[in-house]
Design a protein around this ligand. Structure first.
Ligand SMILES: [Zn+2]
Length: 264
């Protein structure tokens, strides 16, 4: 028996696998079908990309595409949850995609070993086929975040941006098609200030739990956005402080002078 709805259908094995989720108050077969029909591109298959993609794939995200040009190193294994010691030296994007397909054979996962930029974005995001439903920024430096934000604004693709460093993290979900502001509206000055003195996990350190928490807060927002078509972070920046065990929300507004999104 299958359940057919306008957006597609769930197979018996999907109904079985996602039973606890479909049972959830506020999450029904329609939500599961929307998740099944969604395509998400994850940029960065590291500390954030591993837990975020794993939870989304376990939850039933239909198509996931990981983009990363890095290879797995021994120092990654402390937090990059899709990798094993035997994977050292392999490309992260492809190894992560292989692991995700083992975790959930009912979904589609593929990895591209490349560095996303404004010139190759149209091709790497498969824009000729369809526009991705959501971009996940799981990278670890401001310069790349700025490029991903420009791509999100240019092609009007929602951007769920997470960051994690030491014992702190940040999360925001930008919807350029709704004109609610962009990453540059919030962090514009930070991008400029920190470009010369950049903090990354490579030089500042990160606790294993920080990336696990932020990657899963990211998947929590993505599931609501894709399954329930709700943005739980509209014009809000989530700040996580792992030392104090505190989470708070900070409001932001679109910068009318923003050089990235003001003309859109
Ligand atoms: Zn902006």
């Amino acid at each position: 028996m299958t359940h057919s709805l306008e957006t597609g259908q769930l197979l018996d094995e999907e109904l079985l696998r996602y039973a606890r989720q479909i049972l959830l108050d506020g999450w029904d077969i329609d939500a599961q079908l929307r998740l099944k029909s969604a395509r998400v591109v994850i940029i960065g298959a590291g500390g954030l990309g591993c837990p975020a993609s794993e939870t989304l794939v376990r939850a039933g995200l239909g198509q996931v595409h990981l983009i990363d040009d890095d290879v797995i190193e021994a120092s990654n294994l402390q937090r990059q949850t899709l990798f094993l010691p035997e994977n050292i030296g392999q490309p992260k994007a492809q190894t992560a995609a292989t692991m995700l397909k083992l975790i959930n054979p009912l979904i589609t996962a593929h990895g591209t070993v490349a560095r996303l930029n404004e010139d190759n974005a149209y091709e790497l995001l498969d824009m000729a086929v369809s526009k991705p439903d959501l971009l996940l920024d799981c990278t670890d430096n401001f310069a790349t975040r700025d490029i991903i934000n420009r791509i999100s604004v240019r092609y009007q693709i929602p951007l769920l941006s997470a960051s994690a460093i030491a014992m702190q993290g940040q999360l925001a979900l930008f919807e350029p098609h709704l004109n609610t502001g962009c990453y540059h509206c919030v962090f514009g000055s930070v991008v400029l200030d920190e470009a010369s003195d950049e903090r990354t996990c490579a030089n500042s350190g990160v606790l294993a739990s920080t990336t696990a928490i932020m990657g899963n807060l990211q998947s929590n927002a993505a599931l609501q956005y894709l399954g329930l078509t709700k943005n739980p972070l509209t014009n809000k920046l989530l700040l996580w402080d792992g030392k104090q065990m505190q989470q708070r929300l900070m409001g932001y507004r679109k910068d009318l002078e923003c050089p990235v999104c003001s003309s859109h």
